[in-house]
Design a protein around this ligand. Structure first.
Ligand code: ZN
Ligand code: ZN
Length: 346
């Protein structure tokens, strides 16, 4: 388990209640907040309460950012407490709709896998990687010399690799691609050796614990990520907002001598946090009106620099943090037109 997620210390019921209250207060952020609340409800063992949250999102009038992810999580949760037929019907619907986002595919394929539907899990993983990684047209194998698969698709490649080893299948081109993208200190083939998976029944507690940690690194990583405590988030002001802020509140100019310095400080702070082992880092973007509203709600003045970190934490709690670091080839977090690798990630 990651050092920042002492799961045994998290009161999942209290976290869920807090997120649900925050969602009532900020309806525009309800989707991100209620998905996290539902993850906590699942981890607390209250699966019906999680279903109620998924249904609340699916029934809301607001268009969802990730409707298939919500459906996938609902199906996976339903299956865990005996609603197999309903879960299977939702999974079939998602596969037919063929969403372009890797997350719902991963949730439903893992759900099938965890209920020993290995053939169907394999079909689902295969359908997903073909759809998401073969480029234009109906392809059956990885695009030759294509761009590296985006990080968000790696769990699909790993999951497919894992299921195929349990099915005793030969390596194919997708397995080879999975082998090239993973970065664990042991090889995927070692990790997915069925004998290792079966040694979960081992009597040796040390061996057992090591196996559980290895498997946990893959299965369920998505839900675990959703249920982590609020990310450590650093505040970013876009150039126009920073100008407006420091003109309206000159005392804050001490914090922000220039826009370029502001950007450089953000990247340096995040790298320092990462190198000290802090995980789940993110960036939140401030605007002057929302900062003023926050200051007013705290009965304080926007001139007070000690409000800035509290404002960042509140934005993160509202689900507004964007994960850092971006991929090297993704647009930089600063909003420039360059990739992260050519901009602040250089
Ligand atoms: Zn392999
Ligand atoms: Zn940049």
């Amino acid at each position: 388990m990651r050092p920042d997620t002492p799961a045994e210390n998290v009161d999942h019921t209290a976290e869920a209640a807090l997120l649900e209250r925050t969602a009532d207060r900020y309806p525009e952020d309800a989707e991100a907040l209620l998905l996290r609340a539902a993850a906590h409800r699942e981890l607390s063992g209250d699966r019906p309460a999680a279903t109620a949250l998924y249904d609340r999102l699916l029934a809301s009038d607001a268009a969802l950012d990730q409707p298939f992810l919500v459906r996938a999580l609902k199906a996976s949760n339903l299956w865990e407490y005996g609603h197999e037929a309903e879960a299977r019907a939702i999974i079939t619907g998602i596969r037919m709709a063929a969403p372009r986002d890797p997350a719902p595919w991963l949730i439903v394929a893992e759900s099938l896998e965890s209920h020993d539907e290995l053939e169907q899990a394999h079909e689902t993983f295969t359908q997903a990687v073909r759809l998401l990684l073969t480029g234009p047209g109906p392809g059956t194998s990885p695009a030759a010399d294509g761009p590296k698969p985006p990080r968000t698709t790696h769990p699909l490649l790993f999951g497919r690799h894992r299921v195929r080893r349990m099915l005793g299948a030969e390596h194919d081109a997708w397995d080879a691609l999975a082998d090239t993208v993973h970065t664990l200190p042991i090889t995927l083939d070692e990790l997915h050796d069925p004998k290792r998976v079966w040694s979960l029944g081992s009597e040796n507690p040390v061996e057992l614990e090591a196996e559980i940690i290895r498997l946990r690194a893959e299965l369920g990583a998505y839900r675990e990520a959703l249920s982590r405590p609020f990310p450590v988030a650093v505040l970013h002001w876009p150039a126009t907002e920073l100008t407006e802020l420091t003109e309206a509140y000159p005392s804050l100019a001490e914090e922000y001598p220039s826009y370029d310095a502001h950007l450089a400080t953000i990247e340096a702070d995040l790298r320092e946090l990462a190198s000290s082992g802090t995980g789940n880092l993110g960036i939140v973007t401030g605007t002057v009106p929302s900062y003023e509203a926050f200051a007013a709600s705290e009965l304080s003045s926007p001139e007070d620099p000690s409000l800035l970190p509290q404002y960042a934490t509140t934005l993160a709690a509202r689900g507004r943090a964007v994960a850092w670091p971006p991929e090297q080839t993704a647009p930089c977090w600063c909003g420039s037109t360059r990739t992260y690798g050519e901009c602040h990630g250089a």
